[in-house]
Design a binder for this molecule. Sequence first.
Ligand SMILES: Cc1cc2nc3c(=O)[nH]c(=O)nc-3n(C[C@H](O)[C@H](O)[C@H](O)COP(=O)(O)O)c2cc1C
Length: 346
Amino acid sequence: MRIGRHELPNTLFVAPMAGVTDRPFRVLCRRLGAGYAVSEMVTSRRDLWSSLKTSRRADHAGEPSPVAVQIAGIDAAMMAEAAAYNIDRGAQIIDINMGCPAKKVCNAWAGSALMRDEPLALAIVEAVVAAAEPRGVPVTLKMRTGWSASQRNAVRLARAAESAGVAMIAVHGRTREQGYGGAAEYDTIAAVKAAVRVPVVANGDIDSAAKARAVLARTGADALMIGRAAQGRPWIFGEIAHELAHGEAPPRPAVAAVAGWLIEHLHDHYGLYGEEAGVKSARKHIGWAVRGLPGGEAFRAEMNRLDDCAAQLGAVTDWFARLAGSHALLPLPAEAANDDLMSRRA
Ligand SMILES: Cc1cc2nc3c(=O)[nH]c(=O)nc-3n(C[C@H](O)[C@H](O)[C@H](O)COP(=O)(O)O)c2cc1C
C-alpha cells in the first residue's frame, strides 16, 4: 500500500495516541512489525510550538520513514501553518485529527468536533492540502463515524475530503458521542470504503488476528490501525502480520525477548524525556507490559514508588528475569491468573 509516494511495508498501522505513541514507542512498534505509525497530535497553536511537550512531539530523530505527524486545531490558516512548520521539521505525511474526543487542544472542541461543522472541516482539509501538496507531502485524515448516532456523516465527509485531495482516510468505528465506550461499529467504515478511491484504514477494538481478519472482511479496508491493544504489546503488529500471512499464530514471545524490548524502550524513553519526567511517564508503559502477568499487579504498585531511572530499570530487569525463570514464553493472561491463584493458595 502507498500513501502518496511512500510505499509501506505492510498494512498494520499504529494508531496515534497522545501520551503513548511518542517517538520511542513508534520506533519500537515499527521495528516489531508495524508498517506505519502516526505521531501523537501536535497543536496548531503557534504559541505552544516552543513548549517542551510540542517540541518533543516534533522530534523525529532516528524515526523510520515515512514520518507522519498529526495536527489538531480548529482554524484553517493555523492548521496550514502547523502543516508547514512540521514539514520543515521532517514530517513527510501530515495527518489531520478529526477523531479525538477530548476538549484539549486550542481550548475548544477540535478533533472529532470538526465533524459537526462540515464546512469548517473541509476548509481545514483544503488549507492543509494547499500548504502540503506543493512540497510533495500527502495529507491524510483520521475521523470517527460521525458526531452521534443520528449524525453519522463519515461517508459525506470522506467524499468531500477525497475531492479536496486527501491521500488516505482512517476511520475509528465510533461516534464522538460514544467516546471509547461500547463496541466499535464497522458498517460505516465499509460504507466509507465503498464511497472513495483513496485507501481507507479501519480502526477500533482490533486486538487479535481473528479480529483483524473479521474487520478486513467486514469493511474491505485497505489497512488496519491498532491503538490500545498495542499498549504494553508492541509486538502485536508482527504477531498479527504473521498469522494473517501464514494462517497460524506464531509462538508466544519469549519472556527474555519481551524484557529486552521493554528495556530498549525505557532507554529510548529516558533519552527523550530526561530522568525526572522519563521515570514517571515510563511507569504506564511498564504497567501495561506486566498487566495480566503473574505477580504483575503487585510489581506495578512497587515500581510506581521508584523515582530514578537506574532503580526502575533494575526492578524491571530483575522482575522479568524471575519471570523467565518460571516461564520461557510469555504466559497468556489466563495462565497468569491461574499462577497468581496458585501462589496465593501456597
Ligand atoms: C490514550 C489515547 C490517546 C489518543 N490520542 C489520539 C490522538 O492524539 N489522535 C487521534 O487521532 N486519536 C487518538 N486516540 C484514538 C486512537 O487513535 C484510536 O482511534 C482509538 O483508540 C480506537 O482504536 P483502538 O480500539 O485500537 O484503541 C487516542 C486514544 C487513546 C486511548
